[in-house]
Ligand binder design. Structure first.
Ligand code: GDP
Ligand code: IMO
Ligand code: MG
Length: 419
C-alpha cells in the first residue's frame, strides 16, 4: 500500500483544505506532516465554513483517523481553542485524532521571539504569521526544543529551561512583553493535550500501511515557501515539499504513491518576498476582491497576480507531482483576457528555469489567453466547460507534463469536478 500526498505548489492558500475534505471519503487516514498554526485551511459544505490550523482537514467526512505527525509544530493553546470549537459544533476528536509525541511544541516565548525578530528586521521582515513557527523550528534544529512526549515526563524543568533561554534573547533584543496571560492559556493547553492519543506516529502509520489502510497526507503552506526550495529567506521554516511527508511522518520514500499538486488558476502571496507576476493594477485588485483573497489566519490582504508557469513547473519537478488540481478559475469568469508567465526576462536574457534569486530585474514573459466570459460555478462536468477554459487548462497540462485531474469552481465541497 502506498501513501498519497496533497500539497500546495505556489505560496500557500491554494485550497488544500477544500481538496483534502473532498478526497477524504476515498481514504481511511488523513495526516498532517509539517507546519503548524501558520496554516489556515478553509472548508465549506452545507452552508457551513470551517478554518483549520493544526487539525487535519479529514475530520468532517465520517469517522476517519486523523494524525498530526512529528514534522508539525503544535501550539497547545491554539490547538485547545481549535479542538474545543470543533467539539462544540459536534465534531469531537479525542477518540480519532492521534498526535505524534515527536511533534515539537510552540512555546509562548516562541511567539514573542517571532515578533521580536520581525521587529528587528525592519523593512526586511518576512511578514510571518506571528505564530512562533520559525523560533520553534529553530529550537528543533538546534536540539533544544520540547516535544509533545515531554509533557508526560519532567516537563516543568524542560519548560523552565527553554523559557529562561528565550527570555535572555528577548532581553538582548530589548523586547518588552507580558507573558502571564499567554502562559496561563498555554499551560491549560498542555493539560488539554493529555486527553488525546499521544503516540509514536511513525509506528502507527507504518502499522496502518501494513494493514493495507489508505492514507492521505495533507501539506501546509506551499512549495514556494519551502525552507530549501522556496524564495529564501522569505519562506516558512519547514519542508513543505513531498519529501516533508517522509520526514514529517516517518514514511519511507518508496511508500509515496500519488502526489497531487494544487495550484490556483492565478497566483497569490501573503507576506514579503519576490512575486514576479504580481499585479499592482485594477486586475490585481479584481483578483483580490473576486477571490476574497484575505488571509484566513491573519486577515491580511493577499498579493495577487497572473499564473506563473516558471514557478509552477519548478514545483511540479521538486515534488514529483503525478496529477494537478486547479482551483478558483471561477474568480476570472468576467475577464476578457488572462495571462500566464511562460518565462522570465533577466538582463535581456530569456530564462525558463526557476532562478537562484528573483530580484526586481525579473520581467515575466506572458502568453495571453481569451477569457471564457461566463459563470462556471455551477458546472459539474469537464465536458461542459467553455472552450476557452479547456484551452487554458490544456496549455498548463502540456507545459507541466502532468494532467489536471480536478478542477474546483467554487469554495463549496460540491463545486468540484473530477476528470
Ligand atoms: P489552503 O490554506 O490551501 O487550505 O487555502 P485557504 O483556505 O487559505 O484559501 C483558499 C480560499 O479559497 C478559501 O477561502 C476557500 O474557501 C476558497 N476556495 C477554494 N477553492 C475555491 C474555488 O474553486 N473557487 C473559489 N471562488 N474559492 C475557492
Ligand atoms: P496555508 O497552509 C500562505 C507565509 C507567511 C510568511 C512566511 C513565513 O494556509 O497555505 P511563518 O509564520 O510560517 O514563519 O511565515 O510564510 N505563510 C503562509 N502563506 N499560507 C500559509 O499556510 C502560510 N503559512 C505561512 O505569510 O510570508
Ligand atoms: Mg490557507
Amino acid at each position: 500500500m502506498k501513501v498519497d500526498v496533497v500539497l500546495g505548489l505556489q505560496w500557500g492558500d491554494e485550497g488544500k483544505g477544500k481538496v483534502v475534505d473532498v478526497l477524504t471519503p476515498g481514504y481511511e487516514v488523513v495526516a498532517r506532516f509539517q507546519g503548524g498554526p501558520n496554516a489556515g485551511h478553509t472548508l465549506e459544505f452545507n452552508n457551513e465554513k470551517y478554518i483549520l490550523r493544526s487539525i487535519p482537514s479529514g475530520i468532517f467526512q465520517g469517522d476517519k483517523v486523523n494524525v498530526i505527525g512529528n514534522g508539525v509544530v503544535l501550539d497547545p493553546a491554539l490547538f485547545k481553542a481549535e479542538a474545543e470549537a470543533l467539539a462544540q459544533s459536534g465534531h469531537d476528536l479525542t477518540e480519532r485524532l492521534y498526535i505524534s509525541k515527536k511533534a515539537h511544541l510552540i512555546l509562548p516565548t516562541h511567539r514573542l521571539l517571532d515578533a521580536a525578530y520581525e521587529a528587528a528586521k525592519g523593512d526586511k521582515k518576512v511578514g510571518t504569521t506571528g505564530k512562533g513557527i520559525g523560533p520553534a523550528y529553530t529550537d528543533k534544529i538546534s536540539r533544544t526544543g520540547i516535544r509533545v512526549g515531554d509533557i508526560l515526563n519532567d516537563f516543568d524543568t524542560k519548560y523552565a529551561q527553554a523559557k529562561a533561554r528565550h527570555e535572555q534573547i528577548l532581553k538582548s533584543l530589548n523586547f518588552s512583553y507580558d507573558l502571564a496571560d499567554a502562559e496561563k492559556e498555554w499551560m491549560e493547553g498542555i493539560e488539554y493535550l493529555k486527553k488525546f492519543n499521544l503516540i509514536d506516529s511513525e509506528n502507527f502509520i507504518n502499522g496502518l500501511l501494513k494493514q493495507e489502510k489508505s492514507i492521505l497526507c495533507e501539506g501546509a503552506q506551499g512549495t514556494m515557501l519551502d525552507i530549501d526550495f522556496g524564495s529564501y529567506p522569505f519562506v516558512t521554516s519547514s519542508n513543505t515539499v513531498c519529501a516533508g511527508a517522509c520526514t514529517g511522518l516517518g514514511i519511507a520514500p518508496n511508500k509515496i504513491g500519488r502526489v497531487m499538486g494544487i495550484f490556483k488558476a492565478y497566483c497569490t502571496r501573503v507576506g514579503s518576498g519576490p512575486f514576479p507576476t504580481e499585479l499592482f493594477d485594477e486586475t490585481g485588485n479584481a483578483l483580490c476582491e473576486l477571490g476574497h483573497e484575505f488571509g484566513s489566519v491573519t486577515g491580511r490582504r493577499r498579493r495577487c497576480g497572473w499564473l506563473d508557469l516558471v514557478a509552477l513547473k519548478y514545483s511540479v519537478m521538486i515534488n514529483g507531482v503525478t496529477s494537478l488540481i486547479m482551483m478558483k478559475a471561477d474568480v476570472m469568469n468576467t475577464f476578457d483576457t488572462l495571462k500566464v508567465a511562460v518565462a522570465y526576462k533577466i538582463n535581456g536574457e530569456t530564462v525558463r528555469e526557476f532562478p537562484y534569486e528573483i530580484g526586481n530585474d525579473v520581467e515575466p514573459v506572458y502568453k495571453e489567453f481569451k477569457g471564457w466570459k461566463c459563470d462556471i460555478n455551477r458546472i459539474r462536468s469537464y465536458d461542459e466547460f467553455p472552450a476557452e477554459l479547456k484551452n487554458y487548462i490544456e496549455f498548463i497540462e502540456q507545459e507541466c507534463g502532468v494532467p489536471v485531474k480536478i478542477v474546483s469552481v467554487g469554495p463549496d465541497r460540491e463545486a468540484t469536478i473530477v476528470r
